[in-house]
Ligand binder design. Structure first.
Ligand SMILES: C[S@@+](CC[C@H](N)C(=O)[O-])C[C@H]1O[C@@H](n2cnc3c(N)ncnc32)[C@H](O)[C@@H]1O
Length: 285
């Protein structure tokens, strides 16, 4: 599958769920805060700094970064998908955050910013969807001033990613999972090897690499039915599949989901965790 086709598919899938990512923001931004906190601690943001957030989605972690750099600082969020950028702008406006700007980019290598103008950069759960990860890393390196930091996060092993295991299990008991081209590894667990992530940083020319690997909540829902609703609305690749199914099959999947989430979380909210990989590097002086 060529790079442009991967991006076109990403645009289709993320456009379908961008509205829900905004609507259900509370289900993932706060519960997965340990991930954001780790990233921002490693990025070591200071008041007045300029930060670039690649694959910003609906503003995560751009809005937290904006709070850390303060009114004298600035954050630029970039994403491939117009609907995500629109969502980020709306969330920032509602929250009254003024030191952020959001723009679309044509691809992950073309950031549309002058060289050496950012103090730090972040990419949270974004690299795994990009067909040219090395190109993205080089583009971020160029955008950073000498000494600037870049911190990226991806999900670790598919086996230890509960949301992935639970939802794939539920859907695949009823219908075949959405097919992927054999040469397309883009997806939630598409860059799940720490070695590979570290290699990307090293190849691009980043130095002083630091890594953290830990278990963290990915989302939270009050009960099993809400957890399924969250998944069915926010998981782009599954939306066309679920909508195409006859009502009895959809109902059976829903009942299976309520049983499965209920069995995994018998005592309270549904809060699936996953293994998280975070790597931070510095552009050489
Ligand atoms: C899992 S979301 C993460 C969003 C946000 N960073 C967060 O953690 O909530 C992945 C994001 O990557 C974006 N994306 C996918 N492919 C991309 C590409 N090639 N270049 C830039 N962004 C891309 C999607 O539009 C989506 O907003």
């Amino acid at each position: 599958m060529n790079s442009q086709a991967v991006r076109a598919q990403q645009i289709t899938e993320w456009t379908l769920c961008a509205g829900a990512w905004r609507e259900y923001r509370a289900n993932f931004v706060e519960p997965s805060r340990p991930i954001t906190e780790t990233m921002l601690r490693l990025a070591d943001l200071r008041p007045g700094e300029r930060v670039l957030d690649l694959a910003c989605g609906v503003g995560n972690p751009a809005l937290d970064a904006a709070a850390r750099v303060g009114a004298d600082g600035h954050v630029l969020g970039l994403d491939l998908v117009e609907a995500m950028v629109d969502g980020a702008r709306a969330v920032a406006a509602e929250a009254g955050v003024r030191n952020v700007e959001f723009r679309t980019i044509p691809d992950e290598r073309t950031l549309g910013v002058p060289d050496a103008t950012f103090d730090a950069a972040t990419c949270r759960a974004g690299l795994q969807y990009m067909p040219d990860r090395a190109g993205a890393m080089e583009a971020v390196l160029r955008a950073l001033r000498p000494g600037g930091r870049f911190v990226a996060m991806t999900l670790g092993s598919a086996e230890r990613c509960m949301p992935f295991q639970l939802t794939n299990g539920i859907v695949s008991r009823h219908v075949p999972l959405p097919a992927k081209a054999p040469d397309d590894d883009s997806g939630p667990v598409g860059l799940s090897s720490l070695k590979e992530l570290v290699h990307l940083f090293g190849e691009a020319g980043f130095v002083d690499l630091r890594t953290e690997v830990f278990e963290a909540p990915i989302f939270e829902a009050a009960d099993p039915a809400s957890a399924w609703e969250f998944f069915a609305r926010t998981a782009g690749p599954f939306i066309p599949l679920l909508e195409s199914l006859p009502e009895p099959t959809r109902q059976a999947i829903h009942e299976d989901a309520v049983r499965t989430f209920g069995a995994a979380f018998p005592d309270g909210p549904v809060r699936p965790t996953g293994e998280v990989l975070v790597v931070c590097g510095r552009r050489p002086d």
